[in-house]
Design a protein. Sequence first.
Length: 277
Amino acid sequence: MRKIVLYSILYGLLPFFGETFLQKSNTLNKGDKRGMSGHSKFANIKHKKEKNDAAKGKMFTIIGKEIAVAVKEGGADPNNNSKLRDVIAKAKANNMPNDTIERGIKKAAGNASAINYETVRYEGYGPNGIAIIVDALTDNRNRTAANVRNCFTKGGGNVGTQGCVAYMFDEKGQIIIDKEECDMDPDELMMTAIDAGAEDFQDEEDSYEVITDPNEFSVVREALEAAGVAMAQAEVTMIPQNYVELTDDEAIKKMNIIIDRLDEDEDVQQVYHNWDE
């Protein structure tokens, strides 16, 4: 209903703002193929943040590696390093203390030559052909490849060749905003995002979802940050074009085994899949 109302408003404003404004507004319909991705994504975010200290420690390790790589690639000054700014925003969204962030930056700056992480991606299948993508940062490709393969095998899945499932996903910048933490009027929030270059804005049950082109992600995130918008999560991610539902209890059990084991691996940075949880 909100989208219909907004379209009426936007068409009324057309004489004042021109066709460019209307073209941007048309992105409101682009998110339909993702279904309830914003809602389920936000639920997953809340679930992860409520996990135990071990899980929180793993997240801090992930972000620490990303800080190290960002500093090595672009320097220790966030003002001159957009990638580092994005990682810092991610760290804050995950409640990483400021002093921990600062220590990580200083450590990376003083030891940049010793940082030899490389990004590797694995693609494969879970139960019932669920598509899975695993991104890792590692200093030992052989170790990571063996560990990831073992995670798939334990859950009845298998690692495939490069590109075997990536075509089922779209790489996008994704910003999730908790409605309870956002005082801005939804229409104003939408226009702030779209004016900054966002492709899509979704008003979900308990969150807002902003989608951007990967190259525009930093600009949009910083525009929202400047407007005082608190973000539950902000990152460039892989969004499934379609979701697959699992109804068999054994398949669900196996899929959870794969995800849990991958989440526990220290080299794994991110896991993407098209399972409709």
